[in-house]
Design a protein around this ligand. Structure first.
Ligand code: FAD
Length: 141
């Protein structure tokens, strides 16, 4: 088979592009050096009982109508590839000597928590997180 697209590496970007092209009728060939596809997004078994994720632990934009959801729907994969929302009160737990922080997807709550921990920097924290929000980086987890 002579492909229309020969893609080197099966990371998430390759898989998404390859799947979209295949769906539009193109012939796609993806070549992967590793034994598992998915790049940083792959999960691998370890022993009999364990599964490890290579890196990826949060995926943004999975809510209804958001980018990931729209692509999965387009590929008819939205029922197969599903997501769970992390605990909105705190999905990451940072523990440092002297303080701890529950990181939340709710910006206002995160600003309040960080400002309580670092009152001297409250206004800077607020400005920074508002800028991050504007860039769309921390939209719904
Ligand atoms: C520690 C860490 C944590 C992260 N956490 C998150 C997160 O929580 N949320 C998030 O959205 N993103 C996260 N990321 C980023 C995310 O994992 C990457 O941006 C994304 O997976 C990269 O995808 P990619 O398509 O660039 O390909 P990659 O994942 O880089 O995959 C490239 C693939 O190409 C293969 N390859 C390379 N060279 C060749 C070759 N010559 N021939 C054949 N195959 C080849 C590799 O084996 C690999 O499978 C994290 C990244 C890291 C490092």
């Amino acid at each position: 088979m002579k492909p229309d697209y020969l893609i080197i590496g099966s990371g998430l970007s390759s898989l998404v592009f390859g799947a979209l092209m295949a769906k539009s009728g193109k012939k796609v060939q993806i070549i992967e050096a590793h034994e598992f596809p998915g790049g940083f997004g792959h999960t691998f078994p370890y022993g009999k009982y364990y599964k490890f994720n290579a890196q990826l632990h949060y995926v943004w934009g999975c809510g209804e109508g958001q980018t990931v959801n729209r692509i999965l729907k387009h590929l008819n994969l939205d029922q197969e590839v599903t997501f769970e929302q992390y605990d909105p009160k705190g999905y990451d737990h940072m523990k440092m000597p002297g303080y701890s922080l529950e990181i939340t997807g709710d910006s206002q709550l995160l600003i309040r928590r960080l400002s309580q921990l670092f009152p001297k920097y409250g206004s800077h924290i607020k400005r920074f997180l508002i800028e991050v929000e504007k860039m769309g980086i921390r939209k719904t987890l």
